[in-house]
Write a protein that binds this ligand. Structure first.
Ligand code: PLP
Length: 441
């Protein structure tokens, strides 16, 4: 009944979005630019007029306070002024030439300092960056297999769409149009399971472990104390390499989670907010890996390496990235975000306690999430078990109708450098109201 009432409320509130949704449905497959945009639990897609800072203004002139932040793509706020200025400057000065730019060289320098890895390259999305680094590592090591953790998501790179079901590896059944046998070259084990990791690496045929330092895509799953120290030793002992996908865990600090926690990654991937939310991503390598990658390229016959695309190093993205790295993703920005995220996490805990719900709150830097279980899950299987998409939809739609956005996947909230304590108070008040309304009906 709560859902029916909220859907009706949504319809009443959003007549202009309804009209646009009807028009879009005539020529857009699924009616939206990306079919996931239908995942908010709304009767039709909300249409945005503009977004700045943490304000998303829809076509019906509501201003929503944004804790979704483009699912991390706009983690530092929408259209951060230094990025907007850099894009404006570049806008009349060309986008794509197939030639190098000073901005790109400067971005390489900034990334090396930030993440502690010397060599960097670009991609148009974190998906592509993951795909390319895996290809480089396969070429550099001569090994074909990769290892991922159950419940992972690293973008639509197909190799990682594998799961453990009752302990058995299977191809994820939601994957469309897939023709390869992914299990041939992808090994999957549970996060936090060192014996399983060791057994999977023991054959010496795994090129790399591709992982998020904290799993974030099946709800958050934290590494147990000591897990990464032991895992990295095992990985290196068996001649494999460790790739840290920091795309979401960049919420931890300026150099990501691995840098902050002393994890020695051989490669790092980061997309989404790295160019302020414009399409771009980066991947970095240790000197040893870069050396092997260069050798592999030299030894390969001439021809297309299959790595990189025409627009990869486009000048707009490079200018945006330079501005984002040097002026937006600053220590001061992180200090604000981390303090405010703690306030948000404490506030959510208080709301949950007031409603006597057996839920827990997990925080990784600026990223805060509540999960429908008393104790945080330890691996993908446990996290999957506690997911409740229907309840998530109730909460998301209830919040949206009250002017607050959180991600439509899980109950994830991000704070940005321009999020304020007042925004946090608004979210907490709305959540309190939504939970009360759900309980009352
Ligand atoms: N890596 C991680 C950890 C992600 O969560 C995602 C997307 O959610 C990606 C990579 C892929 O990013 P994109 O969709 O921008 O390619």
């Amino acid at each position: 009944r709560f859902m029916a009432a909220e859907r009706e409320d949504y319809v009443q509130r959003n007549p202009a979005s309804a009209v646009l949704a009807r028009q879009a449905a005539e020529h857009l497959l699924f009616g939206v630019p990306l079919h996931w945009m239908n995942d908010w639990g709304t009767p039709f897609a909300l249409h945005v007029e503009h977004a700045t800072g943490v304000d998303v203004v829809d076509v019906d002139s509501h201003t929503l306070v944004d804790f979704c932040l483009g699912d991390t793509g706009a983690m530092f706020g929408h259209a951060p002024p230094p990025v907007a200025a850099a894009v404006q400057h570049q806008a009349a000065r060309g986008y794509t030439t197939m030639l190098a730019t000073q901005d790109a060289a400067e971005v390489g320098r900034l990334l090396a300092g930030r993440f502690g890895l010397p060599y960097w390259q670009f991609a148009l999305s974190a998906t592509d960056a993951n795909r390319y680094i895996v290809r480089w590592i396969r070429a550099a090591t001569g090994r074909k297999k990769i290892l991922v953790f159950n419940g992972c998501y690293h973008g639509t790179i197909e190799d990682v769409f594998v799961d453990l079901v009752e302990g058995q590896p299977v191809q994820r059944d939601s994957l469309l149009g897939q023709v390869h046998n992914l299990l041939e070259h992808t090994v999957v084990v549970e996060f936090n399971d060192l014996p399983a990791l060791e057994a999977a690496l023991a054959n010496g045929d795994v090129a790399c472990v591709l992982a998020e330092p904290v799993m974030t895509n099946i709800g958050m799953v934290l590494p147990e104390p000591g897990f990464w120290r032991a895992a990295q030793a095992l990985i290196h002992r068996h001649g494999s390499l460790l790739v840290m996908d920091e795309t979401h865990c960049i919420s931890t600090g300026p150099g990501g989670y691995a840098r902050a926690h002393g994890i020695e990654a051989d490669a790092v991937v980061m997309g989404k907010p790295v160019a302020g939310g414009l399409p771009s991503a980066v991947y970095g390598m240790s000197a040893a890996l870069a050396d092997r990658a260069v050798q592999a390229k030299r030894q390969a016959p001439p021809g297309h390496s299959g790595i990189g695309t025409t627009l990869t190093g486009n000048m707009l993205a490079m200018a945006a990235m330079r501005a984002a790295l040097s002026e937006v993703m600053t220590e001061a920005a992180y200090a604000h975000m981390l303090a405010l995220a703690e306030r948000l996490a404490d506030g959510i805990r208080a709301v949950i306690a007031r409603h006597q719900l057996p839920w827990c709150v997990t925080q990784v830097g600026a990223r805060v999430e509540f999960q429908f279980c008393a104790e945080p899950p330890k691996n993908g299987t446990e996290a999957d078990r506690v997911m409740d998409p229907e309840l998530e939809h109730l909460i998301h739609l209830g919040l949206l109708n009250r002017g607050v956005l959180i991600t439509p996947f899980h109950n994830m909230m991000l704070v940005s450098p321009v999020t304020t304590p007042e925004h946090v108070a608004q979210l907490l008040g709305s959540l309190d109201e939504v939970l009360a309304a759900i309980a009352a009906r």
